[in-house]
Design a protein. Structure first.
Ligand code: IPE
Ligand code: MG
Length: 236
Protein backbone atom coordinates (compact mmCIF):
# COMPACT_ATOMS: atom_id res chain seq x y z
CA UNK A 1 0.00 0.00 0.00
CA UNK A 2 2.15 2.88 -1.25
CA UNK A 3 1.48 6.51 -2.04
CA UNK A 4 -0.32 7.90 1.02
CA UNK A 5 2.15 10.75 1.51
CA UNK A 6 2.09 11.82 -2.13
CA UNK A 7 -1.71 11.72 -2.21
CA UNK A 8 -1.78 14.12 0.75
CA UNK A 9 0.93 16.38 -0.67
CA UNK A 10 -0.99 16.82 -3.93
CA UNK A 11 -3.85 18.18 -1.81
CA UNK A 12 -1.62 20.40 0.36
CA UNK A 13 -2.48 18.19 3.35
CA UNK A 14 -0.12 16.72 5.94
CA UNK A 15 1.13 13.19 5.19
CA UNK A 16 -0.96 11.80 8.03
CA UNK A 17 -4.13 12.77 6.15
CA UNK A 18 -3.03 10.33 3.46
CA UNK A 19 -2.55 7.58 6.04
CA UNK A 20 -6.03 8.20 7.43
CA UNK A 21 -7.53 7.94 3.99
CA UNK A 22 -5.40 4.81 3.47
CA UNK A 23 -7.19 3.07 6.33
CA UNK A 24 -10.53 3.77 4.64
CA UNK A 25 -9.23 2.12 1.49
CA UNK A 26 -8.25 -0.95 3.51
CA UNK A 27 -11.83 -1.17 4.73
CA UNK A 28 -13.15 -0.89 1.15
CA UNK A 29 -10.73 -3.48 -0.20
CA UNK A 30 -11.58 -6.03 2.48
CA UNK A 31 -15.21 -5.66 1.43
CA UNK A 32 -14.35 -5.96 -2.27
CA UNK A 33 -12.27 -9.08 -1.67
CA UNK A 34 -15.08 -10.74 0.24
CA UNK A 35 -17.48 -10.00 -2.60
CA UNK A 36 -14.99 -11.43 -5.10
CA UNK A 37 -14.48 -14.61 -3.07
CA UNK A 38 -10.81 -13.93 -2.34
CA UNK A 39 -9.79 -16.13 0.59
CA UNK A 40 -6.47 -14.56 1.54
CA UNK A 41 -5.68 -10.84 1.51
CA UNK A 42 -2.30 -9.73 2.80
CA UNK A 43 -1.52 -6.05 3.27
CA UNK A 44 1.96 -4.59 3.77
CA UNK A 45 1.21 -1.88 6.32
CA UNK A 46 4.58 -1.11 7.83
CA UNK A 47 8.00 -2.40 6.83
CA UNK A 48 11.00 -2.95 9.09
CA UNK A 49 12.58 0.01 7.24
CA UNK A 50 9.66 2.38 8.00
CA UNK A 51 11.08 3.03 11.51
CA UNK A 52 13.50 5.38 9.74
CA UNK A 53 10.67 7.85 9.15
CA UNK A 54 10.35 10.97 11.33
CA UNK A 55 9.33 9.88 14.87
CA UNK A 56 6.06 11.86 14.71
CA UNK A 57 4.99 9.95 11.59
CA UNK A 58 5.97 6.59 13.12
CA UNK A 59 4.01 7.26 16.29
CA UNK A 60 1.01 8.48 14.28
CA UNK A 61 1.08 5.25 12.26
CA UNK A 62 1.27 3.14 15.44
CA UNK A 63 -1.69 5.08 16.87
CA UNK A 64 -3.63 4.57 13.67
CA UNK A 65 -2.89 0.86 13.73
CA UNK A 66 -4.08 0.67 17.33
CA UNK A 67 -7.25 2.67 16.62
CA UNK A 68 -8.04 0.61 13.52
CA UNK A 69 -7.68 -2.62 15.53
CA UNK A 70 -9.92 -1.31 18.31
CA UNK A 71 -12.61 0.03 15.99
CA UNK A 72 -12.70 -2.68 13.34
CA UNK A 73 -12.11 -6.00 15.04
CA UNK A 74 -15.70 -6.68 16.04
CA UNK A 75 -16.86 -5.88 12.49
CA UNK A 76 -14.21 -8.21 11.07
CA UNK A 77 -15.37 -10.92 13.43
CA UNK A 78 -19.04 -10.42 12.49
CA UNK A 79 -18.04 -10.88 8.86
CA UNK A 80 -16.26 -14.19 9.53
CA UNK A 81 -12.82 -12.68 8.85
CA UNK A 82 -9.71 -14.12 10.50
CA UNK A 83 -7.09 -11.50 11.32
CA UNK A 84 -3.41 -12.37 11.60
CA UNK A 85 -0.45 -10.05 12.08
CA UNK A 86 2.92 -11.05 10.68
CA UNK A 87 6.21 -9.32 11.43
CA UNK A 88 8.67 -8.74 14.23
CA UNK A 89 6.57 -7.79 17.24
CA UNK A 90 9.51 -6.97 19.49
CA UNK A 91 9.32 -3.22 18.87
CA UNK A 92 5.60 -2.80 19.54
CA UNK A 93 4.49 -1.49 22.91
CA UNK A 94 2.60 -3.67 25.36
CA UNK A 95 -0.81 -2.10 24.70
CA UNK A 96 -0.55 -2.68 20.95
CA UNK A 97 0.68 -6.24 21.49
CA UNK A 98 -2.26 -6.99 23.76
CA UNK A 99 -4.68 -5.59 21.17
CA UNK A 100 -3.11 -7.70 18.41
CA UNK A 101 -3.25 -10.88 20.52
CA UNK A 102 -6.88 -10.27 21.46
CA UNK A 103 -7.87 -9.64 17.82
CA UNK A 104 -6.13 -12.80 16.62
CA UNK A 105 -7.70 -14.92 19.36
CA UNK A 106 -11.20 -13.56 18.79
CA UNK A 107 -11.09 -14.24 15.05
CA UNK A 108 -8.99 -17.41 14.89
CA UNK A 109 -11.80 -19.78 13.91
CA UNK A 110 -13.18 -17.55 11.12
CA UNK A 111 -12.96 -18.91 7.60
CA UNK A 112 -14.42 -16.54 5.01
CA UNK A 113 -11.33 -14.39 4.49
CA UNK A 114 -7.92 -14.48 6.14
CA UNK A 115 -6.72 -10.90 6.41
CA UNK A 116 -3.01 -10.74 7.14
CA UNK A 117 -1.45 -7.45 8.15
CA UNK A 118 2.30 -7.29 7.72
CA UNK A 119 3.62 -4.83 10.29
CA UNK A 120 7.30 -4.41 11.06
CA UNK A 121 7.69 -7.14 8.47
CA UNK A 122 10.63 -7.84 6.18
CA UNK A 123 11.10 -10.78 3.83
CA UNK A 124 14.70 -11.32 4.93
CA UNK A 125 13.68 -11.15 8.59
CA UNK A 126 11.04 -13.80 7.83
CA UNK A 127 13.51 -16.23 6.23
CA UNK A 128 16.04 -15.77 9.03
CA UNK A 129 13.55 -16.22 11.84
CA UNK A 130 12.28 -19.35 10.07
CA UNK A 131 15.79 -20.83 9.77
CA UNK A 132 16.62 -20.01 13.38
CA UNK A 133 13.39 -21.45 14.77
CA UNK A 134 13.72 -24.55 12.61
CA UNK A 135 17.27 -25.18 13.85
CA UNK A 136 16.24 -24.65 17.43
CA UNK A 137 13.57 -27.31 17.08
CA UNK A 138 15.62 -29.63 14.86
CA UNK A 139 19.38 -29.09 15.29
CA UNK A 140 20.03 -32.10 13.03
CA UNK A 141 18.75 -30.07 10.06
CA UNK A 142 21.86 -27.87 10.24
CA UNK A 143 23.61 -30.34 7.93
CA UNK A 144 20.84 -30.27 5.30
CA UNK A 145 17.27 -29.09 5.07
CA UNK A 146 14.59 -29.03 2.37
CA UNK A 147 11.84 -26.58 1.50
CA UNK A 148 9.32 -28.73 3.37
CA UNK A 149 11.47 -28.55 6.52
CA UNK A 150 11.54 -24.75 6.46
CA UNK A 151 7.98 -24.05 5.27
CA UNK A 152 6.21 -24.51 8.64
CA UNK A 153 8.39 -21.84 10.24
CA UNK A 154 7.75 -19.08 7.71
CA UNK A 155 5.45 -16.30 8.89
CA UNK A 156 2.68 -17.22 6.43
CA UNK A 157 2.85 -21.01 6.91
CA UNK A 158 -0.98 -21.03 7.19
CA UNK A 159 -1.64 -19.65 3.72
CA UNK A 160 -1.08 -20.75 0.12
CA UNK A 161 1.52 -18.78 -1.83
CA UNK A 162 0.04 -15.56 -3.22
CA UNK A 163 -1.38 -15.61 -6.77
CA UNK A 164 -1.23 -11.86 -7.29
CA UNK A 165 0.96 -9.11 -5.84
CA UNK A 166 -0.25 -5.54 -6.30
CA UNK A 167 1.92 -2.52 -5.56
CA UNK A 168 0.32 0.90 -5.79
CA UNK A 169 2.13 4.24 -6.02
CA UNK A 170 4.29 3.74 -9.10
CA UNK A 171 7.45 2.11 -7.69
CA UNK A 172 8.33 -1.17 -9.35
CA UNK A 173 9.97 -3.16 -6.61
CA UNK A 174 9.19 -5.74 -3.92
CA UNK A 175 10.76 -3.74 -1.07
CA UNK A 176 11.49 -6.78 1.11
CA UNK A 177 7.90 -8.05 1.17
CA UNK A 178 7.21 -11.83 1.11
CA UNK A 179 10.46 -12.77 -0.63
CA UNK A 180 10.15 -16.55 -0.25
CA UNK A 181 6.42 -16.75 -0.95
CA UNK A 182 6.47 -14.50 -4.05
CA UNK A 183 8.66 -16.88 -6.07
CA UNK A 184 5.87 -17.65 -8.59
CA UNK A 185 3.45 -14.83 -7.85
CA UNK A 186 2.23 -12.61 -10.69
CA UNK A 187 3.44 -9.06 -10.10
CA UNK A 188 1.27 -6.03 -10.88
CA UNK A 189 2.39 -2.43 -10.53
CA UNK A 190 0.15 0.59 -10.84
CA UNK A 191 0.74 4.34 -10.63
CA UNK A 192 -2.54 4.74 -8.74
CA UNK A 193 -1.79 6.00 -5.24
CA UNK A 194 -3.14 3.80 -2.43
CA UNK A 195 -5.70 6.41 -1.26
CA UNK A 196 -7.10 6.46 -4.82
CA UNK A 197 -7.24 2.67 -5.15
CA UNK A 198 -10.85 1.55 -5.65
CA UNK A 199 -12.87 -1.34 -7.03
CA UNK A 200 -12.17 -0.23 -10.60
CA UNK A 201 -8.42 -0.24 -9.93
CA UNK A 202 -8.68 -3.66 -8.25
CA UNK A 203 -10.59 -5.03 -11.22
CA UNK A 204 -7.90 -3.80 -13.60
CA UNK A 205 -5.30 -5.68 -11.55
CA UNK A 206 -7.40 -8.84 -11.61
CA UNK A 207 -7.99 -8.53 -15.36
CA UNK A 208 -4.25 -8.26 -15.88
CA UNK A 209 -3.75 -11.37 -13.73
CA UNK A 210 -6.33 -13.27 -15.78
CA UNK A 211 -4.35 -12.61 -18.94
CA UNK A 212 -1.13 -14.06 -17.55
CA UNK A 213 -0.09 -17.59 -18.45
CA UNK A 214 1.23 -19.26 -15.32
CA UNK A 215 3.60 -21.95 -16.54
CA UNK A 216 5.50 -22.67 -13.31
CA UNK A 217 8.55 -23.51 -15.41
CA UNK A 218 6.78 -25.62 -18.03
CA UNK A 219 6.01 -24.82 -21.67
CA UNK A 220 2.80 -23.41 -23.08
CA UNK A 221 2.25 -26.60 -25.12
CA UNK A 222 2.51 -28.79 -22.03
CA UNK A 223 -0.15 -26.76 -20.27
CA UNK A 224 -2.59 -27.00 -23.17
CA UNK A 225 -2.13 -30.78 -23.52
CA UNK A 226 -2.57 -31.30 -19.76
CA UNK A 227 -5.59 -29.01 -19.50
CA UNK A 228 -7.15 -29.07 -22.98
CA UNK A 229 -10.31 -27.32 -21.80
CA UNK A 230 -8.66 -24.23 -20.33
CA UNK A 231 -6.01 -22.63 -22.44
CA UNK A 232 -4.51 -21.04 -19.37
CA UNK A 233 -3.93 -22.05 -15.78
CA UNK A 234 -4.24 -19.98 -12.70
CA UNK A 235 -7.64 -18.44 -13.27
CA UNK A 236 -9.22 -19.88 -10.15
C1 IPE B 1 2.49 4.06 2.28
O1 IPE B 1 2.47 5.38 1.88
C2 IPE B 1 2.05 3.87 3.72
C3 IPE B 1 3.07 3.38 4.67
C4 IPE B 1 4.28 2.96 4.40
C5 IPE B 1 2.68 3.35 6.07
P1 IPE B 1 3.76 6.28 2.00
O2 IPE B 1 3.75 6.91 3.35
O3 IPE B 1 4.98 5.49 1.69
O4 IPE B 1 3.48 7.37 0.89
P2 IPE B 1 4.52 8.03 -0.14
O5 IPE B 1 5.29 6.93 -0.80
O6 IPE B 1 5.38 8.96 0.65
O7 IPE B 1 3.63 8.76 -1.10
MG1 MG C 1 6.16 5.22 0.01
Amino acid sequence: MDGNGRWAKKRFLPRIAGHKRGVEIVRDMVKECIELGVEYLTLFAFSSENWRRPPEEVSFLMGLFMAALKNEVSKLHQNDIRLIMIGDRSRFDAALLAEIDAAEKLTEANTRLTLTIAANYGGRWDMLQAVNRMLQAHPELAAHCDEQDLAPYLAMHYAPEPDLFIRTGGEQRISNFLLWQLAYTELYFTDTLWPDFDSKALNLAIQSFQQRERRFGRTSEQLISEHPKNEKLGHA
